[in-house]
Ligand binder design. Structure first.
Ligand code: NAD
Length: 498
């Protein structure tokens, strides 16, 4: 495996510091270790900002917002300050991808070339910079002869933003929050997951080296205590959070007293409905089993972890899903042959295995996987991808977000039943329909309660709204929906008779 120590040295990441008010601060209050999920070795340690670090960061961001000039810059000037960041992100693509692989074990090939790559993050910055001179309000027609008032709307930046990130896509989620926040004229405090700080530290370094005014961008590292201090802080106007529903709930409660604006991108238990008129059962089985077993090994919010398959094609589907499993390769994430990631921690590995156990206890048939691999791989948090057949939708493996390599295959007989199964979930994030019947595709896509849905494939992109219904979250991110989420609408009434 690529030597961790030499990689870190070469990558110029300086752990253990916080970036606040335009300066890197050495932080001696407390530190925590970050482990490599492939080996469980300690890679390095980071500063726990805690309430004191959070107070400093919020004060700096508050000052930069309230005293300006950042929120009031002309569109062209703001764009000019941000543009070099995009170029530096593209230039550092390879390094950032390596760090992300060290962070969460995503195979390097995916860290380099996928929608969670550093290149994708640079594309996201580029996309949101394009909005800066298009954040328009409206001029409304005068309503009646009762008054001669002209109404107009303006979009003002929402203020100080706390951006709290998950472990599974640190680079992409950093970009999806920081880029639009800065484009809209907000100031930002980023807190990465305590499990994955390396790539975000390098991203922060790029912003630190830019010409942004002090306090516009800040980085605090730390775990629950730091996250809670940040998201409950009275000086924060908005929280943009991506993570689990349990923490999303806590943030909702903690932010209520100051009525913070919230964007919550939370978990999912997405259903893929495979109809007998699908063009290829093979393609559907390969795609769904592939999404659960390769890449981040099911540690992706949109993973279609429930395959709802018509009974007439069930045997064929399971045959191809098992064939797909034989393509999975564990090992050195920098080896091009490695297809999958380990679980992020020992704790999460144990949690996934408990779900495999519960599936068997509740009567589902485990066709493959669900075990720990032996040998050298035993040092990492690997779980052999599990394929379950004969799953009922009321089982825990069909209801809970496992966030690991477990595909639950559920049979159905009628279209109505397939829709009912898909909607019988506390989540509503994404989903997919495999069919060649255009009317059915439209009908089912409209009936499934999820923020996004795909027909014969699914992928999210930065310029389309993305987010969840029900327990999958609040709000949308992507394109103009993100601009709305990072701005406040102000209505101006102008008396034309005065
Ligand atoms: P998590 O909720 O455990 O942690 C997310 C972040 O919250 C971390 O930075 C953590 O330190 C912080 N945190 C912990 N306690 C906090 C508190 N009390 N107050 C404020 N912040 C706190 O999530 P995770 O395990 O890192 O990520 C996995 C989850 O994220 C899954 O549920 C997954 O579906 C979800 N996710 C959703 C999307 C989406 O776009 N909908 C994308 C990626 C991940």
């Amino acid at each position: 495996m690529l030597s961790l120590v030499s990689t870190l040295d070469r990558l110029n990441v300086r752990p253990g510091r916080l970036f606040i008010d335009g300066q890197w601060l050495d932080w001696s209050d407390a530190r925590f270790d970050q482990l490599n999920p492939n080996t469980n070795e300690v890679m390095t340690s980071f500063a726990e900002a805690g309430p004191r670090g959070v107070n400093l960061a919020v004060a700096a961001a508050r000052r930069a917002f309230d005293e300006g000039p950042w929120p009031h810059l002309r569109a062209q000037d703001r764009k000019r300050l941000l543009q070099p960041i995009v170029e530096r992100l593209y230039a550092a693509e390879e390094e950032i991808a390596q760090l992300q692989t060290l962070d969460n074990g995503i195979p390097y090939a995916f860290s380099r070339n996928s929608r969670v790559s550093a290149k994708a993050a640079a594309d996201i910055f580029d996309h949101f910079l394009g909005w800066i001179d298009k954040i328009n309000g409206e001029t409304l027609p005068i309503f009646s002869s009762a008054s001669n008032m002209q109404y107009m709307t303006f979009r003002d930046p929402v203020g100080v933003v706390a951006a709290v990130l998950p472990y599974n896509g640190p680079v992409m989620t950093f970009a999806m929050k920081v880029a639009p926040a800065l484009a809209c004229g907000c100031t930002v405090i980023v807190k990465p997951s305590e499990l994955t700080n390396l790539a975000v530290s390098r991203l922060a370094q790029i912003l630190a080296e830019s010409d942004l005014p002090p306090g516009v961008f800040n980085l605090v590292t730390g775990g629950t205590e730091t996250g809670a201090a940040l998201t409950s802080h009275a000086g924060v106007d908005k929280v943009s959070f991506t993570g689990s529903p349990v923490i999303g709930e806590k943030i909702t409660v903690a932010s209520a007293p100051t009525m913070k604006r919230l964007s919550l991108e939370l978990g999912g238990k997405s259903a893929a409905l495979v109809f007998p008129d699908t063009r290829s059962v093979h393609t559907a089985a390969q795609a769904l089993m592939g999404l659960c077993s390769t890449f981040l090994s099911g540690q992706v919010c949109t993973t279609p972890s429930r395959a709802v398959v018509h009974r007439s094609i069930m045997d064929e589907f399971l045959h191809h899903a098992q064939a797909q499993l034989r393509k999975v390769r564990f090992g050195d994430p920098f080896d091009a042959a490695t297809t999958s990631a380990p679980m992020i921690s020992r704790r999460h590995q144990a949690r996934v295995l408990e779900y495999v156990e519960s599936g068997q206890q509740q009567g589902a048939t485990l066709l493959a996987g669900g075990r720990l691999p032996g040998g050298d791989l035993g040092n990492g948090n690997w779980v052999e991808p599990a394929l379950f057949a004969d799953v009922r939708n009321d089982m825990k493996i069909a209801q809970d977000e496992i966030f690991g390599p477990v595909l639950s295959v559920i049979p159905f007989d009628t279209e109505e039943e397939a829709i009912r199964i898909a909607n019988d979930s506390e989540y509503g994030l994404a989903g997919c329909i495999y069919t060649t019947d255009v009317s059915r595709a439209f009908r089912v896509a409209r009936a499934v309660k999820s923020g996004s849905i795909g027909v014969n494939g699914f992928a999210s992109i930065p310029n389309a709204p993305f987010g969840g219904m029900k327990r999958s979250g609040v709000g949308r991110e992507g394109g103009w929906s993100t601009i709305e989420a990072f701005t406040e609408l102000k209505t101006l009434n102008f008396n034309l008779d005065a």
